[in-house]
Design a protein around this ligand. Structure first.
Ligand code: BEZ
Ligand code: FE
Length: 289
């Protein structure tokens, strides 16, 4: 005889409904999801009205997505789920550089650039040199590692957000480290910026009294043969919102000083105006396996 679907038996009934032939990992994920969802609904005593509101919110989140906008990932970002998944998937190994979220602005190919190239037209405010080195966890330099770099400008805008104002490719570069794993390029100090708030995620931030800002950062995807790809950021020390990133992506080990340099010899060495800022990023890659 069929058992009644009650508050106590509901989760078991759904979990048991999955066919025994269900892929074991899919079964594990769905069973846990159902149990947590049911226990959440019981805990908050979810009403039909609230459930309808949630369905409407999720529907509009989907409707906001297109090939350039991913509102579901943004929702995952502000709920801390992206960063949690990232942290679980790329657990910190010893001294390897920590990873962080990819974000939605890696949408065009970065132009191939030579070491020393500049990411913005000459004269853009806040000139800065970024230097660094890519090594393995045992300290061996990784020659010819590739570094895909992208960043917002000194007003907090990526090139793709300012069609007609900025050239596509501003703030982006695909670099190859030299024989010693070293890299350097010229750019500007990025500014903090808001994530997109003109959709359901913006409504959620407003309804919960949260700001929408990310602290200033430069994105990197680093690859080297025999090593795990690394998606990370270099955060600007002292940036506004460094303690309250709206997507929870700051890790202390990724915060770097962008030191002001007023020395004329240093400026000549890097072909920079006086003063300029200098940031150095040591990148340690985790061997595969
Ligand atoms: C970004 O850093 O580009 C970013 C990350 C998550 C959400 C929005 C923007
Ligand atoms: Fe970003």
């Amino acid at each position: 005889m069929a058992t009644d679907f009650t508050e106590e038996t509901a989760a078991d009934a759904v979990v048991e409904s999955f066919a025994p032939s269900t892929d074991p990992r899919l079964r594990e994920i769905l069973a846990s999801l159902v149990r947590h969802l049911h226990s959440f609904a019981r805990e908050v005593e979810l009403t039909i009205g609230e459930w309808e509101q949630a369905i409407d919110f999720l529907t509009r989140t989907g409707q906001k997505c297109d090939d350039k906008r991913q509102e579901f990932i943004l929702l995952s970002d502000v709920l801390g789920l992206s960063m949690l998944t990232e942290t679980i998937t790329n657990r910190k190994y010893g001294i390897a550089t920590e990873s962080t979220v990819l974000g939605p602005f890696h949408v065009v190919e970065s132009p191939v650039r030579q070491l020393g190239d500049t990411l913005y037209p000459a004269g853009t405010p806040a000139p800065c040199v970024v230097t660094g080195r890519v090594t393995s966890t045992d300290g061996t330099p990784l020659p010819h590692a590739t570094l895909d770099v992208w960043q917002a400008n000194d007003e907090g805008f990526y090139d793709v957000q300012q069609a007609g104002v900025q050239e596509i490719g501003n703030g982006r570069g695909l670099f190859t480290a030299d024989n010693a794993g070293e890299f350097w390029f010229r750019t500007i100090v990025p500014r903090y910026y808001p994530i997109p708030t003109d959709g359901p995620v913006g409504e959620l931030l407003k309804a919960t009294g949260r700001h929408s800002f990310r602290p200033a950062h430069i994105h990197f995807i680093v690859t080297a043969p025999g090593h795990r790809d690394l998606t990370t950021h270099m955060f600007v020390a002292g940036s506004e919102y460094i303690e309250s990133d709206t997507v929870f992506a700051v890790k202390k080990s990724l915060v770097v000083d962008f030191k002001e340099v007023s020395d004329a010899d240093q400026a000549a060495k890097w072909d920079m105006p006086v003063p300029f800022r200098h940031a150095h990023f040591e990148i340690v890659m985790q061997p595969e396996g």
